[in-house]
Design a protein around this ligand. Structure first.
Ligand code: GLC
Length: 429
């Protein structure tokens, strides 16, 4: 089944497979989730304390880019503005921006330059939602949703003016930062009940989509503008899809976005950090179903990736150093090749190499149904040591219950290779 073609240039995207999401804004200071303004119903005059104290003096985007490249990431997506409304660049259409904070300087150009310098492609996340803008109608998602002043606040608010502001900022982002490869809007929540939701009419999404395609015809666009067709990628979030994402029964390009610990923004006290094993298995699982993984870091209010994020990225980089060719250029295995128990398969159609990612190391034998007679050579990817193959042969219908005519049996070392997830590289005939 062919994958749905859309205007965005997804060729490099489905090859590179692995990107860094970065959620950074004033919410790094409260350090307890990027939705803190919503969750704690914080009014602007109180939230302003974070604006007045935002001064990431240790910010060095070359360190961030090194960490991303070292982990094997090939693109990054930065929150230019999140739901709080604060902008990381010197936007001409607002005063609610980093250049008016104690830090006083644009954060975005140095970041884009540093990541490009390391060979990573550029993505901008831009929030459709804005809990600071004076024309954004206070609705049931707004930080002031339960305020007794809600009705009074909405008097004179003009959502059309907000949409114009939104479009003006997207124009800035697509014209002032060179080639933008990914544009990641977030998010629509249409609701027929007035005042409850916001969707394409509130953003003027059709008009915005037309402008985006005029300014950046091949930019990869996510699926959150509330437009049935105006997207290039589907974006499952914080869960692992069970199979290749389809729309109308057709496979589509998709990208799972995930966090290290649950919160997208820096969260000092969150303890639900995924292990490096889990993170690597998540990356493999995603590619085994034809998807991309966009893994998020929430930098601190000093402008750093904290030690937990750095340790996770370093652990992933250590694995990618020897196993990246089982990820880059790979996708789901062709029909007819089923992964053995506790394994995932990825396949590079150009090199005709199959990769068996072994999540639970078996004792000596690994049986691959459907592979007999189709593999020319096998090796452990980490050290290129040969793996012996057998099958199908009479001896196989023996005590270990191997069945099936097409089974290829690999003989593995008793000891699991000293890597997070061992991978066997199969050179297909
Ligand atoms: C959800 C969260 C938002 C986050 C986004 C990332 O929309 O509400 O905070 O930026 O996911 O995909």
């Amino acid at each position: 089944m062919d994958v749905l073609k859309t205007p965005g240039d997804t060729g490099w995207f489905v090859n590179d497979r692995f990107g860094m999401f970065i959620h950074w804004g004033l919410y790094a200071l409260p350090a307890r989730h990027e939705w803190v303004k919503h969750q704690e119903r914080i009014p602007d005059e109180v939230y302003d304390k974070y604006f007045k104290h935002f001064d990431p003096d240790l910010y060095d985007p070359t360190i961030w880019a090194d960490a991303a490249a070292g982990a094997g990431m090939k693109y990054f997506v930065i929150t230019t503005k999140h739901h709080e409304g604060f902008c990381l660049w010197d936007s001409k259409v607002t005063q609610y921006k980093v250049t008016n904070t104690p830090y006083g300087r644009d954060l975005l150009h140095p970041m884009v330059d540093a990541f490009r310098e390391k060979g990573l492609r550029t993505g901008f996340y831009h929030s459709l939602i804005d809990w600071h803008h004076e024309d954004f109608i206070v609705d049931n998602l707004h930080s002031m949703r339960d305020s007794p002043e809600r009705a009074a606040m909405n008097v004179g608010r003009d959502q059309g003016k907000y949409a114009a502001y939104l479009h003006a900022q997207v124009r800035e982002l697509l014209t002032e930062f060179g080639k933008v490869d990914v544009l990641w809007f977030d998010f629509s929540y249409p609701n027929p009940e007035p005042g409850l939701g916001k969707g394409k009419d509130d953003w003027q999404s059709e008009k915005l989509y037309k402008m985006v395609r005029e300014l950046a015809p091949n930019v990869i666009l996510d699926d959150r503008l509330d437009l049935p067709d105006g997207w290039d990628i589907k974006t499952p979030e914080q869960y692992q899809p069970r199979e290749w994402i389809t729309v109308g029964g057709q496979k589509v390009v998709w990208e799972a976005c995930q966090t290290f610990s649950g919160s997208w923004g820096y969260h000092r006290d969150e303890s639900s950090w995924k292990s490096v094993d889990q993170l690597i298995q998540m990356l493999i699982d995603t590619v085994s179903k034809g998807g991309n993984l966009l893994l998020n870091v929430g930098p601190t209010g000093r402008g750093e990736f904290d030690y937990r994020a750095l340790q996770s990225l370093q652990g992933m980089g250590e694995w990618m150093k020897r196993h990246s060719r089982s990820i880059y250029g790979c996708t789901q295995a062709p029909d007819g090749f089923a992964a053995p128990q506790d394994c995932r398969l990825t396949y590079n159609p150009d090199t005709k190499r199959m990769y068996v990612h072994v999540y639970a190391w078996p004792f000596v034998h690994l049986h691959l149904d459907g592979f007999a007679g189709k593999v020319e050579y096998a090796q452990l990817l980490n050290d290129a040591s040969e793996v012996f193959m057998k099958g199908p042969e009479a001896w196989q219908v023996g005590p270990d219950g191997v069945k099936g005519k097409e089974t290829l049996t690999l003989t593995l070392p008793v000891q699991k290779p000293n890597v997070t997830v061992p991978v066997i590289e199969l050179f297909m005939k």
